[in-house]
Design a protein around this ligand. Structure first.
Ligand code: FAD
Length: 388
């Protein structure tokens, strides 16, 4: 019987592994489990919140279409949520909305369930805000699209917007908003944009001062006094933020949190997770602590050396090749090229800051490689399979 490879997660990592095995391994049957029926090009979400800037079709790839080129007996896509993995019985329990729970048996399992945006704070009272942001795919396709559209509407209506988080997402979001609305009068559609960071932006990276200069040119008010510790909805609909180190609360029409990500590993046994709830892998990208050596992990569930799209791509290519080798009775090979030290942040659609190792990259290079399109032209490679 053909071996079954179950892949959990339908994004950069999961789709890449699936396409590779379907193209290059002649026999494996693939079952891909995804919460959403569409792959979300989340790298462009920082721009997509600006109304009219990005079309939905540029960011979403329907999974059914992506796999329609392969024989039906080689691939099954299940729109559902992995709830539990038993690495001894080699099964995965999957909750399928509106249908009975499925138990999938696997010969190899790939964990590619990524991460979700971290709410800056759990609400402790009714008037505190529960923040769900559209930076990552978290939920069904309909839920992600609705959230994105609702955020666009709020941006449209707001006159003053605070972005919390001085990391690359917060800087990129503030820059996109500054580019679209900064430096104009309210009558001309202008908005006040504030970036709140608990310390120097971009964690004090060598390109932090360049990022600050770019934000200044875009009329973003950067405040690095401290973290947002509370967000409360006022009776007039505005939001009051308590900021560490600030003498007075910051009151805005819209609060956007960009305060990090949390790995989607809740369905895994704690013994497979480290203290950060990430999955530990060996040099072949096999999950450590599984004696049968048939569970693999790529992308943000691993976050090694950090959570990044281009690192996920390298890991997915390496793990997919290794699964193919093992299925052919061969030894896996060490996965290389995942430790490239490239850092680039788009500061709006026309500029960027970045470095390669300790070499600063010119704004034009970051714009060409990233800021111009935020990589959206590459989404089609997950549709036609050319990514693998
Ligand atoms: C705003 C933003 C911008 C970014 N820009 C860049 C950039 O420019 N360059 C760069 O290198 N990196 C960037 N990143 C990082 C990049 O997005 C991640 O590294 C990448 O998304 C990781 O891909 P992944 O396949 O591991 O998982 P994800 O993209 O997180 O996708 C995981 C998928 O699994 C699904 N899933 C989750 N749980 C389950 C479950 N239990 N069962 C079934 N399915 C499940 C999710 O719904 C999702 O579809 C950015 C991140 C953010 C937040």
């Amino acid at each position: 019987m053909a071996p079954t490879v179950v892949i959990l997660g339908g994004a950069y990592g999961g789709l890449h592994v699936a396409h590779y095995l379907l193209k290059y391994n002649g026999e494996a049957r693939i079952i891909l489990v995804s919460k959403s029926s569409h792959f979300f090009w989340n790298l462009a979400s920082v721009r997509a919140i600006v109304p009219g800037s990005v079309q939905d079709e540029q960011m979403f790839v329907p999974l059914a279409e992506a796999f329609s080129r392969y024989p039906g007996n080689r691939i099954e896509v299940i729109i559902g949520s992995a709830e539990a993995v038993d690495t001894t019985a080699m099964t995965v329990k999957v909750a399928v909305p509106g249908a009975a729970e499925r138990t999938l048996a696997y010969d190899h399992l790939v964990l590619a369930t990524g991460s979700r945006t971290t709410p800056s704070k759990q609400p402790s009272s009714a008037d505190e805000l529960s923040l769900v942001m559209p930076w990552k795919a978290d939920g069904t396709y309909e839920e992600i699209v609705d959230l994105l559209h609702a955020t666009q509407d709020k941006v449209e209506a707001a006159k003053c917007i605070a972005v919390a988080g001085g990391g690359s997402t917060g800087v990129a979001v503030a820059a996109e908003l500054g580019y679209a609305f900064g430096g104009k009068s309210i009558e001309d559609g202008g908005k006040e944009i504030i970036l709140l960071s608990s310390g120097e932006v971009l964690g004090g990276d060598i390109v932090a001062s360049s990022a600050r200069n770019e934000l200044k040119k875009l009329h973003v008010d950067v405040r690095t006094t401290g973290a947002v510790t509370a967000a409360r909805r006022k009776s007039d609909g505005r939001t009051e933020l308590t900021v560490d180190g600030a003498t007075e609360p910051v009151v805005v029409d819209l609060y956007l949190a960009a305060t990090g990500v949390t790995p989607n590993t809740d369905y895994l046994n704690a013994k497979l997770l480290n203290a950060k709830r990430l999955v530990e892998v060996d040099e072949f990208y096999r999950v450590k602590g599984v004696p049968s050596n048939n569970v693999w992990a790529v992308g943000d569930v691993v976050s090694k050396p950090r959570a990044a799209y281009f690192i996920t791509t390298k890991q997915a290519a390496g793990a997919a090749k290794n699964i193919d080798l093992v299925l052919q009775g061969k030894q896996p090979v060490s996965v290389t090229g995942t430790d490239l030290d490239i850092f680039a942040v788009a500061t709006g659609p026309s500029r960027g800051v970045g470095r390669f190792g300790s070499w600063r990259l010119p704004s034009l290079a970051v714009w060409l490689a990233k800021g111009r399109t935020l990589g959206m032209q590459r989404a089609s490679s997950y549709l036609d399979g050319s990514v693998a």
